[in-house]
Design a protein around this ligand. Structure first.
Ligand SMILES: *Cc1c(COP(=O)(O)O)cnc(C)c1O
Ligand SMILES: [Zn+2]
Length: 422
């Protein structure tokens, strides 16, 4: 593989082209930069047959991931299960439902390993030895884990109110974890200053154009696992609003390269928590600009970005595809975490509860078609957000190691099971 597939970076507003460097905004108009591909070169080797012959990791789609040489970081990321979720489908009243389960992504149990694998492989190519991120939790763990495995120095900046599982899940890898007294938007602003001042590679700041492309691998996997089909409806949790756009881009790229039959008419549905709903609010009020949420307040901390970098593009995409966006409160989030666990055996983090609860709400509103194929994106693992459940889930019953006590317990609930043979 060589650098022939990526032609450069391109401004999403004015189209100005830049070389492949650590830069995330246009110097003319501050528009966000996006990776530009040479699709003719890609088409030569990016075929169903070639892809299917490669290992089941995100790198089987490497022509459309912006790393010039062989990937050096996160080589085992991706290849997570797409599950036909019939029991959840029945509970929700849907005909054809799938769960894409990135709660079990390697190595750090969230979809962030996809974006970090690309960003850090690129960071190595660009010669960075110190990397960092501004994180709402999952990115912290992913940068810390992948940087450790690659021998890079990592600085991880987080808001000071994160769940213990997210904090421990970053410090264990030896990264410098710094908690900022403030919310994510304060953290992000500081990281922009640090990246500029110290010349480090911040995955979601100056490396953001490369980082964001990693999310496409989730969409490629969904399409391939559906038998090279594109789903009719996808429900996606939104923080900065990047993932939802890249999923749609991945479907359009497969169409463009002839790997799926078009046209792609997927409706994109964005999910947020009511306590931090800047993008959902933009869609619901048909506003043009995203109004930032100043003080996010939700148990879905991984989605708590009050001023989302890609909020404008996400809200436009949702409208353009005929989808919709909703937000749900903390009780609905917990109820839906439980529903997913009880029907499909998947323990998702709070963001997964947001996704399932928003799907439920949109089905009730008639905005999601019960007869169309639907994918729910589960992006993080429940082990990391235990605080959200600790007072909401039944404690185990305690008994002595005695058969009589056990029989009394079961008998109280199901007398027929302990009916004595007289
Ligand atoms: C980061 C994250 C997302 C979505 O992030 P975007 O910024 O919208 O791309 C979704 N779910 C979880 C669990 C996350 O950590
Ligand atoms: Zn520009």
């Amino acid at each position: 593989m060589s650098g022939e597939f990526v032609s450069g970076l391109k401004c999403r507003l004015c189209g100005k082209v830049y070389p492949k460097e650590a830069l995330n905004f246009c110097t003319e108009d501050f528009g966000p930069l996006e990776v530009a591909y040479n699709y003719e070169a890609v088409a030569k080797s990016f075929t169903r047959q070639a892809i299917e012959s490669r290992p089941r990791t995100m790198w089987r789609y490497r022509e459309l991931l912006p790393v010039d040489g062989e990937p050096t970081v996160g080589r085992h990321v991706g290849g997570t299960p797409l599950i036909r979720a019939d029991r959840l489908a029945k509970a929700l009243g849907l005909r054809e439902l799938y769960v894409k389960n990135d709660a079990v992504n390697h190595p750090s149990l969230s979809f962030k390993d996809r974006v970090v694998a690309v960003a850090l492989s690129k960071a190595v190519e660009l010669g960075f030895e110190t990397v960092g991120c501004a994180s709402t939790g999952n990115l912290a763990g992913s940068v810390a884990a992948n940087a450790a495995a690659a021998g890079l120095n990592a600085y991880v900046l987080i808001p000071d109110n994160l769940e213990q599982g997210k904090v421990l899940g970053a410090t264990i890898y030896g990264a410098k974890v710094i908690a900022i007294q403030g919310n994510y938007d304060h953290v992000n602003r500081l990281c922009s200053q640090i990246a500029f001042r110290f010349g480090w590679g911040f995955v979601n700041v100056n490396l953001r154009p490369f980082y964001a492309e990693g999310s496409k691998s989730m969409g490629f996997e969904i399409a391939e696992d559906m038998g090279w089909r594109i789903p009719d409806q996808v429900v996606v949790p939104m923080a900065g609003g990047s993932l939802i756009g890249k999923l749609h881009k991945s479907f359009k790229e497969l169409e463009r390269l002839g790997l799926v039959s078009g046209p792609v008419n997927t409706k994109m549905y964005g999910a947020q928590a009511t306590g931090c709903n800047p993008i959902a609010n933009t869609v619901k009020t048909d506003a043009l600009r995203v109004k930032p949420v100043r003080n996010p307040d939700t148990i879905a901390k991984s989605l708590a970005i009050g001023d989302p970098a890609d909020g404008y593009f996400a809200s436009q995409l949702i409208r353009d595809t005929g989808g919709w966006s909703e937000d749900v409160d903390d009780d609905a989030i917990v109820d839906s975490m439980r529903l997913l666990a009880e029907t499909e055996g998947i323990w998702a983090e709070t963001a997964g509860g947001v996704t399932v609860a928003v799907a439920r709400k949109l089905i009730a509103q008639g905005k999601i078609d019960r007869d169309a194929s639907t994918v729910l994106c589960i992006t993080g693992n429940g082990l990391k957000t235990q605080e959200a459940l600790i007072d909401k889930i039944a404690r185990p019953v305690v008994i002595k190691p005695s058969l009589a006590e056990f029989e009394a317990l079961v008998g109280a609930e199901s007398p027929e099971l302990v009916a004595t043979e007289a």
